[in-house]
Design a protein around this ligand. Sequence first.
Ligand code: FES
Ligand code: FES
Length: 155
Amino acid sequence: MKVAFELNGKAVEADVPVRTTLVDCIRHHLMQTGTHVGCEHGVCGACTVIVDGDAVRACLMLAVQAEGTKVTTVEGLTPPEGLSPLQQSFRRHHALQCGFCTPGFLTTAHALLTEEPDASKERIRHVLSGNLCRCTGYIPIIEAVCAAREAYQKK
Ligand code: FES
Ligand code: FES
């Protein structure tokens, strides 16, 4: 079945079996491999992308459900001039080691801070509690997101 949507600001189209998940479509058909696949059943958050402004587990959504939407992956968070303030904050706070979970944390945090630039630390902890990291630990990740709030408040 053909599906057409906007991926990181560009119109894209793919011809996929109907059962194809959005994450497999993005990675294997559209060759944007920044989005990772961990558990494949909605638990780890590694596959999180932003669909029409909402953070979504792309392993739980079918590609055909993305028809007509605007999808943003971690690639789409990076401006042409370099790392975004959120990405810079992750680097500054050592909020990643292997980086496997990082695209999911970045997309989840970006969706949250875009909607709620004044989100409290508790709110950030709560929202990010659905993303699993097996190496860095959560304290630097939370600190990085808290420090990035200012950049979203200025927008
Ligand atoms: S791969 Fe989608 S939530 Fe784990
Ligand atoms: S940085 Fe390795 S899983 Fe999070």
